[in-house]
Write a new protein. Structure first.
Length: 105
């Protein structure tokens, strides 16, 4: 048994990467792109008549667009609320730090 210190790789905690709004937006864009691509492929292989298929596809795309815009709006609202909450918390901490500094002087 040696008295060597453990290597830093073994003692440091692992880095955890949190998901960001940017990551979620990229995922949503990928889902939308996949939906449009799938719709195009469906048109090529659809067993129904073209006009009926186009109407159904149009209906589904409108619903998908509505859902995507709704989800984006909700995400934007949540992000604004979170930013405001953090801003207020930082201001409070700054005020507390200023007060502690005044007491020390």
């Amino acid at each position: 048994m040696t008295n060597e210190e453990p290597s830093p790789e073994l003692t440091e905690p692992p880095i955890v990467q949190e998901s960001t709004e940017h990551d979620r937006a990229g995922f949503l864009a990928g889902v939308l792109f996949g939906a449009f691509l799938g719709a195009g492929v469906a048109l090529l292989f659809a067993p129904e008549k073209g006009q009926k298929t186009r109407r159904e596809l149009d209906r589904r795309l409108r619903a998908l667009r509505h859902d995507a815009l709704d989800a984006a709006g909700r995400a934007g609202s949540r992000a604004k609320k979170e930013l405001r909450r953090r801003e207020l918390r930082l201001k409070l901490e700054l005020d507390r730090a200023r007060e502690r500094h005044r007491r020390e002087d």
